[in-house]
Design a protein around this ligand. Structure first.
Ligand SMILES: Nc1ncnc2c1ncn2[C@@H]1O[C@H](COP(=O)(O)OP(=O)(O)OP(=O)(O)O)[C@@H](O)[C@H]1O
Ligand SMILES: Cc1ncc(C[n+]2csc(CCOP(=O)(O)O)c2C)c(N)n1
Ligand SMILES: [Mg+2]
Ligand SMILES: [Mg+2]
Ligand SMILES: [Mg+2]
Length: 324
């Protein structure tokens, strides 16, 4: 693979964002934005840890790594604008395989008018894709995890657990379920909730977090950051009907700790709940009330799960990487 030709082949011919001054082809990219706050995040994806060719086409891999990063922009209330890709490539990946990955990214990027403005290419032993994303939000309107207040309503978008149920089906192909393709599709093509997050930007205050590790984890992150107590009602957690084909134990694991749904969980004042529902309708996004926030010195910083009328500590049991 010739690095120069490869970069040339994945380079966009034209840019969608008018703020780009210099894109790919110099030592660094340049963009000019004067009236918004800049929001940036990076996430890294390793073959056989975050994706596998057994579970995903090359195009899907690209689509999904960018989706995970766009989801972080949604969780900040930001509009995603540019992305940069740092890629470590093993010898056995062909140039056309890699182009497919970039095609998958571009497919989603074009839906959000985003541009690839740079990156880095090196050879190594394992395919690793690191995505840096840059977006913008109105000054002082980024949606922090720390923004919850006493008596807030907790809500979640979409349905939870679909992605990990889909992954489970991909990894255990002998398991027969009706409509399994839907769950598999949700694993391969998550929908970052940018439209919904932007539709609630007019609210003075909202806390948001995206579901990358599972709601058990993200609810605790909100509680910790806000120094308040989050109560989640298990019965209220939005679930797709196809999940009913799995055992209760499996469902519970998918919904609470599966992760990678890239839905949003957030908190708003009770008085704003109607506006949240309106935003949901306008953007065709399902939004469900899943709990509430209270201020209790004894329990602040923690999340609790209400099940069969009993509240118990919801442990932060999302997907964590084991060290060797
Ligand atoms: N190795 C690192 N060096 C510096 N900062 C880091 C590092 N890893 C994470 N962070 C920072 O820690 C914070 C939380 O990051 P984290 O990766 O947990 O969130 P996330 O990207 O939303 O979740 P996920 O990676 O599961 O999608 C962010 O501010 C992030 O920039
Ligand atoms: C092949 C394959 N095996 C396992 C998984 C599951 N998985 C990997 S990382 C992660 C959570 C977020 O990690 P991070 O905190 O690094 O963002 C999850 C649920 C997958 N997607 N593909
Ligand atoms: Mg991260
Ligand atoms: Mg992330
Ligand atoms: Mg996140």
């Amino acid at each position: 693979m010739d690095e120069f030709n490869f970069i040339n082949s994945i380079k966009q011919r034209t840019y969608r964002q008018p703020t780009i001054v210099k894109g790919i082809n110099d030592d660094a990219a340049v963009f000019r934005q004067s009236y918004m706050d800049t929001v940036t995040a990076v996430d890294t994806f390793v073959e056989e840890v975050h994706f596998s060719r057994q579970t995903m086409s090359n195009e899907d891999i690209g689509y999904r790594v960018l989706a995970a990063n766009i989801s972080d922009m949604a969780a900040m209330g930001a509009i995603p604008a540019y992305y940069m890709i740092s890629i470590v490539i093993p010898n056995h990946w062909t140039e056309s395989d890699l182009q497919s990955i970039y095609q998958g990214m571009n497919k989603l990027a074009s839906l959000h008018q985003m541009d690839l403005i740079g990156g880095d290419t090196v050879l190594g032993d394992q395919l690793i894709i690191s995505v840096t994303i840059i977006g913008f939000v109105e000054k002082n309107k980024a949606r922090y995890r720390s923004a919850m207040k006493d008596k807030d309503i907790l809500f979640a978008t979409g349905t939870l657990g679909d992605s990990s149920a889909g992954l489970h089906l991909l990894l255990n192909r002998e398991k027969e379920v009706a409509n399994g393709d839907y769950l598999i599709y949700r694993h391969q093509h998550p929908t970052p909730r940018v439209a919904f997050a932007r539709a609630i930007q007019s609210l003075e205050r909202a806390a948001l977090n995206d579901v990358s590790d599972g709601i058990a984890n993200e609810a605790n992150e909100l509680a910790e950051a806000s120094h308040l107590t989050a109560y989640i009602d298990f019965e209220q957690l939005p679930k797709h009907e196809d999940l009913d084909q799995f055992s209760d134990v499996e469902q519970r694991k998918f919904i609470l700790a599966g992760g990678e749904d890239f839905e949003l969980i957030g908190a708003v004042a009770e008085k704003d709940w109607e506006k949240v529902q309106q935003a949901a309708e306008e953007t065709n996004t399902a939004v469900t009330k899943v709990g509430y926030v209270i201020d209790n010195e004894q329990t602040n910083g923690k999340a609790f799960l209400i099940e069969d009328g009993v509240a118990a500590r919801l442990p932060k049991e999302g997907y964590t990487h084991r060290s060797k």
